[in-house]
Design a protein around this ligand. Structure first.
Ligand code: CP
Length: 301
């Protein structure tokens, strides 16, 4: 089975650092058409702006060609074709597959039936490892290091797949976590057990103002409406946090605000003009990191 990126655990610490170093080279030299003979498939069974477009930009910058879909309505999935058959078919057409799917475990399954590498671009509330690598890249870019970062994860820690992957990746680098969430959206037990086993400290609070002054990275997240089975439960928590510029007065100078985006109400527009806002640059970094991931999985070291 070819090497895929389904969970952040699929990459060792050394591989993670290698991807970040190669991404830095790609940021400095954006056009490197080393994959002119390759075809990348982007199969998006769920909506996306950044992940799909940055993967496609990454493929284009590497000189590869891209096929795929961003909506299953016009594919044979709408006639009932299975995920297995879809993946087996597409892996006969292309050199690597990028897939986003609402079901947890779907990307792992795709990697087991595909004859080419598969990149998980988000599977339900489970994992989003390419986002994690670009988050790590951005943390290192803004802080000059990955070790001993104080990071405050805010918002939907229950359904937010980006925080789950990022927590696991940062466990290589001795972080200190604050988890800011209402009771309904707290970090799931399994991730706290994971940190306990590694001896990594974390504290939990529901009060956003409590954790702003003592953090290097304020990692905001959207409440994931699409994961709620009861709309009334979503209505109760949808506006649980709204970060405004006025709340940043006591923030450390080096503190940067990250967000995987899209944002809804959790970051007010006035934050964009503060020196702490970094989420648009974070999204740009996705291109360089995804160039590095595609190149690595296709054997370019
Ligand atoms: N960060 C992220 O996954 O954004 P999209 O849903 O727009 O791809």
């Amino acid at each position: 089975m070819p090497k895929s990126l389904i969970s952040i655990h699929d990459f060792t610490k050394e591989e993670i650092l290698h991807i970040l170093d190669v991404a830095k080279d790609f940021e400095a030299n954006k056009a490197q058409p080393i994959l002119r003979d390759k075809i990348v498939a982007t199969l998006f069974f769920e909506p996306s702006t950044r992940t799909r477009l940055s993967f496609e930009t990454a493929a284009n910058r590497l000189g590869a060609r891209v096929i795929g879909f961003s909506d299953v309505v016009n594919t044979s999935v709408s006639k009932g074709e299975t995920l297995k058959d879809t993946i087996k078919m597409v892996s006969n057409y292309v050199d690597i597959i990028v897939i986003r799917h609402p079901l947890e475990g779907s990307s792992r399954y795709a990697s087991e039936v595909a004859s080419v590498p598969v990149i998980n671009a988000g599977d339900g509330a489970n994992q989003h490892p390419s986002q994690t690598l670009l988050d790590l890249y951005t943390i290192r870019q803004t802080q000059g290091r990955l070790d001993n970062i104080d990071i405050n994860m805010v918002g939907d820690l229950k359904y937010g797949r980006t925080v789950h992957s990022l927590l696991q990746a940062l466990s290589h680098f001795s972080p200190k976590f604050t988890f800011t969430a209402p009771d309904e959206l707290k970090m799931p037990y399994e991730y706290k057990v994971f940190l306990d086993k590694k001896g990594i400290p974390y504290k939990e609070t529901a009060d956003l103002s409590e954790g702003i002054a003592d953090t290097d990275i304020l990692y905001m997240t959207r409440v994931q409406q699409e994961r709620f089975t009861d709309i009334m439960e979503y209505e109760k928590v949808k506006n649980c946090y709204s970060l405004t510029a006025g709340m940043l007065e006591n923030a450390r100078k080096n503190m940067k605000i990250l967000h995987p985006l899209p944002r809804i109400n959790e970051i007010a527009q006035d934050v964009d003009d503060t020196p702490h806002a970094y989420y648009f640059k974070q999204a740009e970094n996705g291109v360089y990191v995804r160039m590095a991931i595609i190149a690595y999985l296709l054997g370019y070291k």
